[in-house]
Design a protein around this ligand. Structure first.
Ligand code: SAM
Length: 371
């Protein structure tokens, strides 16, 4: 009879393409399992236990969910599943009887580097709130079922079909969702802005920067921390600014970027703004930026950039995946763009020179110069 650790190798045939196809159709288990573990505070419990911590499911349950009644079998299955994706590391110890036959298996779990991005860390940033936003049952999850309808009828936008209003209106009416969404944006900004500020040096000669659609000013607070000589103006919708925490070196201004954006900055920063809108709306926003800037001012836009040609080596095809999130979750013509499309928009808005200055992962930093 076989036992753990002694199982004989049995003849196995694998058809990689067939297996990959099966993987495709069962893939929804992954974000579902990750969101469940995040809601159960498992990633924080592991992070708090220390860098080298390896905890059993029972130890994790005790730390993450003290006093709660736990279905240990379910928790273990979730932990094993994400370990199979190299998100947690499963460390197995088998203990044998005196004849050396294994009798017990102990499984411990540790954070793989990728899981650090799922730990809720207000200082370092995190992708966990973005995960929970995408997996939000009352908001984004319902939009997928309308994706194909939007292909068949261009009057149908998935988010509006599901909720009867666009995502920004939805946020106004659902403060709880809006809070998670803004946390998601801030968590993402904290991670990416540090990397952008390492790679991009175009803020060095800027005195005042206006962050249009700055949300909770996560990006702006990192810009002003890196460049203390810069004054920051955080501009967003009134219901966002109303709940935005005060930050040193940052003035909050509320308004509507389709009407005007605050003047007084020699640079306007926009991260994840143009990708929220169709070309016509982007033109309005860019023209309002043009109006607000002095003669030598510039817009610094950060968005995921679509590849002109799919290149599997460079990692760029992932932007095509992010683009479908924009399609499903926003009803305002939201889309990622190629460099060529961004340049065309910038020139049409009146800018003299538009150039991509650097890229960080999928994000391109594009400057739009008036002069
Ligand atoms: C995708 S979020 C990006 C937030 C932030 N820039 C970041 O990267 O974390 C888009 C932002 O645009 C803001 N926004 C949407 N419509 C707006 C409008 N008409 N005027 C000003 N801001 C607006 C939203 O409130 C939200 O904060």
């Amino acid at each position: 009879m076989g036992s753990v650790g002694e199982t004989e190798k049995v003849p196995t045939t694998i058809d990689r393409v067939r297996l990959d196809a099966f993987q495709l159709v069962t893939m929804s288990a992954l974000p579902g399992a990750l969101a469940a573990l995040a809601r159960l505070n498992i990633f924080e419990a592991l992070a708090k236990a220390g860098d080298d911590a390896q905890l059993t499911a029972a130890e994790l349950a005790e730390r993450a969910l003290p006093g709660k009644s736990i279905n240990m079998s379910y928790l273990s299955r979730l932990l094993r599943m994400v370990s199979g994706k190299n998100i947690l590391r499963e460390v197995v110890t088998t203990t044998g009887d005196k004849n050396g036959a294994p009798v017990a298996v102990e499984r411990r779990y540790a954070l793989e580097p990728i899981a650090r991005f799922l730990v809720d860390d207000p200082e370092r940033g995190s992708f966990v709130h973005l995960l929970l936003t995408y997996q939000s049952p009352g908001a984004f999850l319902q939009t997928w079922e309308h994706l194909h309808e939007s292909v068949l009828d261009d009057a149908i936008q998935p988010f509006a079909r599901a909720h009867g209003m666009n995502a920004w209106e939805f946020g106004k009416h659902n403060p709880q969702f809006d809070k998670v969404f803004n946390k998601a944006m801030a968590g993402n900004s904290k991670i990416y802005m540090r990397a952008i500020l390492d790679a991009y040096h175009g803020f060095e000669d800027v005195k005042v920067v206006v962050d249009v659609g700055g949300g909770f000013a996560a990006a702006l607070s990192l810009i002003t921390a890196r460049y203390p000589h810069i004054k920051g103006i955080n501009f967003d919708q009134p219901h966002v600014i109303d709940v935005c925490p005060e930050l040193p070196g940052v003035e909050h201004v509320s308004g509507n970027m389709f009407e005007s954006v605050p003047s007084g900055g020699d640079a306007i920063f926009m991260k994840y703004i143009l990708h929220d809108w169709d070309d016509e709306s982007c033109l309005k926003i860019l023209k309002n930026c043009y109006q607000a800037l002095p003669a030598h001012g510039k817009v610094i836009a950060v968005d995921n950039m679509l590849p002109e040609i799919i290149d599997f080596e460079g990692g760029d095809p992932m932007a095509l995946q992010v683009d479908i999130h924009m399609l499903a979750f926003n009803d305002s013509g939201a889309r990622e763009r190629t460099e060529r499309e961004l340049v065309k928009l910038g020139l049409a808005a009146g800018f003299n020179k538009v150039k991509v200055v650097c890229k960080v992962d999928l994000l391109a930093v594009t400057e739009f110069h008036k002069a």
